[in-house]
Ligand binder design. Structure first.
Ligand code: SAH
Length: 366
């Protein structure tokens, strides 16, 4: 099933936004209050406007009922109001999973995914337009990095999905396109706003951030002692093997990543998740499973095995069902917690970044 809106409408509506203006949805309550005071307005208006944006999640300044018209006029001149609109939505007929393509004010598009679980609704958001990490099996990085997303654009993926579905989101995973640690300052601001009790108020425990392993940033994040889950995209059990799949392995060794993970656990007490995408004949042999077990021994962690999702630009193939189960059983026998990632929305399934890629390719060929 597909719901399509006209991209042109979205652009027309959002062209009025200007990058030089203050992005009010990226300000915390204190900053917003100061900003409003700077406009010569009463400070309590800051809290009112914050509430309209982050609790009621309105789509425009016009909807802010108790904000005086004069102040709205000032805000229209001095600020930009980031609000995402879906340009394409794929809805799974199997389990209700939805893939959203959102248009940004500068004409870029990003992908987000909505999933329903027994314990609540989860949204997977993008942190950048494109990505510069170059992982060989990933569609998001094929055209490199276009730009970082602002905190407001990260939040709006969640708000827009709540508006579109009429349902609350309780879990957020930063596992869409982009490398969150390569957009570190905006990520921190996003976490602050997402978990603010005065805002959408999602608990840190319900947030997962996934990284390809940028060690200095993992160590910085550890100091913050957030109660969120850190997920590491490992995908290999030796540096040589990892370098073949992930160029970032040339910058940081697996040993450095493991040390950063131990440090993260010591600082936060949070169990680390390791993502391991199984690629036929590349990293799915039993000796890989053994080597992975040795690497993880003694670390409080959990392994998420992901059968690689083949993209047409590369000829990586998914491991066979038997080698996936053998790999899992071997890890378990070695005392490692492991799950095989449940496939959501099988009928609309496409690898991370593929929906955006096909949309961009189509637009270029028009
Ligand atoms: N940059 C971050 C988050 C984005 S990708 C990171 O590297 O963790 C989210 C996860 O999906 C990562 O583990 C990534 O390696 C994996 N992934 C990307 N493309 C994939 C594909 N085609 N098949 C299987 N996993 C993929």
């Amino acid at each position: 099933m597909r719901e399509v809106e006209n991209m042109q409408d979205v652009n027309d509506m959002q062209n009025i936004q200007d990058d030089r203006l203050t992005d009010i949805k990226s300000l915390n309550l204190e900053e917003l209050t100061e900003f409003i005071a700077g406009l010569g307005e009463a400070k309590f208006r800051g809290k009112q406007i914050y509430d309209w944006m982050h609790v009621k999640k309105v789509e425009s300044l016009d909807e802010m009922g108790n904000v005086p018209g004069k102040l709205k006029e000032k805000l229209r001149k001095e600020t930009r109001f980031v609000c995402l609109k879906p340009v394409d939505v794929l809805i799974s007929q199997i389990d209700g999973t939805r893939k959203y393509l959102f248009g940004l004010h500068d004409g870029n598009v990003i992908e987000s995914v909505f999933m329903r679980y027994k314990h609540g609704n989860s949204v997977c958001i993008s942190s950048q337009v494109g990505c510069r990490m170059g992982c060989r099996f990933c569609a998001s990085t094929l055209d490199g990095l276009t730009r970082n997303l602002t905190p407001s654009e990260m939040l709006e993926q969640i708000y827009a999905i709540e508006r579109h579905t009429g349902e609350r989101v309780s879990n957020v995973v930063v596992m869409g396109s982009g490398e969150p640690m390569d957009n570190y300052d905006n990520l921190l601001k996003f976490i602050e706003l997402l978990t603010d009790v005065n805002g959408i108020n999602i608990s840190q425990r319900n947030l997962t951030v996934s990284t390809c392993g940028i060690v200095p940033k993992i160590n910085e994040l550890a100091k913050r002692k957030f109660q969120m889950t850190l997920a590491i995209s490992l995908h290999a059990s030796s540096d040589e093997q990892r370098k073949e799949l992930m160029p970032v392995a040339n910058a940081f060794s697996i040993e450095e990543i493991m040390n950063a993970c131990r440090n993260y656990f010591e600082n936060t007490g949070r169990r680390i998740t390791f993502e391991y995408s199984l690629v036929q004949g590349v990293n799915d042999r039993l000796e890989d499973s053994e080597r992975l077990s040795r690497l993880l021994k003694g670390l409080n962690c959990h392994v998420n095995l992901i059968p690689v999702n083949p993209i047409k630009e590369r000829n990586y193939r998914q491991s066979t069902a038997k080698s996936i189960t053998d790999f899992k059983n071997r890890l378990e026998r070695n005392g490692i917690n492991v799950t095989i990632r449940r496939e959501m929305g099988r009928d609309i399934n496409g690898a991370c970044g593929q929906l955006r890629k096909s949309y961009m390719d189509k637009r270029e060929n028009q």
